[in-house]
Design a protein. Structure first.
Length: 305
């Protein structure tokens, strides 16, 4: 449904450019949940921003194509992208970010979203969607955002994002800033929504949720895809040394010790090292790694494979 081909993006900084995505190629098959995982700063939000045409003003697309069906989104007009953002794709950001207008009721904002995009203001659909996210429609429709808890607002936002019947739902850390019980409740709801066959891109640090929800997993490290494949395989048999560390360092949901992540820091994106991007932290590094970039082949970018 969506294919990213050799996408490279920089952020311009005074006197330097930050190479934040480097030669990213990824497919997002229709009807599947693809999770993007990787530590903070690995480029997940930049990638979702590129898909939605919502990059910061200092971002420069250096190369690549972003194919929605057969249309290269990187060549579209701002008007077409605005339409794409709501009619074909829809996005839910972190709960802490103010997506709601504080002076209008939730119900009104849901209908306004439809009107703004030339879609009939469909009240039965609004109620059905609120029920789907397990909110009581009568109560929530009349409520102002501050009258709901953070978790309820985020559930209402998921309902709103589905008002225009998008084909793709992008969730960028949708449960960050919510308490644990609310997080798991929201993932239950997303699992139910997924049953309807909606294509999703899920960015989250919650690997338990990824294991539960995702069909496919793509692992990003310093702006490159180091491993991609079916979720079950990635969790059972992570091949890339970074994926191995990431999965081992996931907090144990049963309250056990948190294993330590990779030693050291990610590379300086103003000056990418010549070989494998993970070489400075990799416990399995060999000489070739420092000289040549390993290609992503059969789902893994590592000379050992
Ligand atoms: N507008 C910007 N200008 C400069 N650097 C940015 C900008 N936005 C993000 N970055 C940097 O780009 C890198 C990737 O950021 P981001 O895509 O937000 O990663 P993630 O979502 O995985 O945490 C980080 O180093 C971040 O600091
Ligand atoms: S290519 Fe080399 S440095 Fe990179 S992950 Fe594989 S073993 Fe480690
Ligand atoms: Mg992010």
């Amino acid at each position: 449904m969506l294919s990213i081909r050799n996408l490279s993006i920089d952020y311009q900084l005074p006197g330097a450019a930050l190479s934040v995505l480097q030669n990213v190629s990824l497919d997002f098959p229709g009807g599947q949940v693809t999770a993007l995982i990787g530590e903070s700063g690995s480029g997940k939000t930049t990638l979702t921003g590129a898909i939605l045409g919502l990059l910061a003003s200092n971002a420069r697309v250096r190369a690549g194509r972003l194919l929605w069906k057969d249309e290269n989104l990187l060549e579209q007009t701002p008007e077409r992208l605005r339409q794409f953002r709501w009619r074909q794709a829809s996005v839910v950001f972190q709960a802490a970010q103010g997506a709601w207008n504080p002076s209008l009721t939730i119900g009104q904002q849901m209908l306004d979203t439809c009107a703004d995009h030339g879609f009939p203001a469909h009240q039965p659909r609004r109620e059905m969607l609120l029920q789907q996210v397990r909110l009581t429609p009568e109560r929530v429709i009349a409520a102002y955002p501050h009258q709901l808890s953070g978790g309820m607002r985020q559930r209402a936002l998921i309902a709103m994002s589905l008002m225009l019947e998008p084909e793709l739902l992008i969730l960028d850390e949708p449960t960050t800033a919510l308490d644990l019980i609310t997080q798991s409740y929201i993932f239950d709801i997303l699992a139910e929504i997924h049953q309807s066959g909606l294509t999703m891109i899920l960015v989250t640090h919650d690997l338990a949720a990824v294991a539960r929800l995702a069909d496919r997993v793509a692992v990003l490290y310093a702006g490159t895809v180091v491993e991609v494949g079916p979720a079950g395989e990635i969790f059972e048999n992570p091949r890339h040394p970074y994926t191995q560390v990431l999965i081992r360092s996931a907090p144990d949901v049963h309250g056990g010790e948190v294993a330590r992540g990779a030693e050291g820091l990610p590379p300086d994106l103003r000056q990418r090292p010549p070989g494998c991007i993970f070489a400075s932290r990799c416990s399995q590094v060999i000489e070739r790694c420092r000289a040549e970039v390993p290609p992503l082949k059969e789902g893994v970018a590592c000379w050992h494979w």
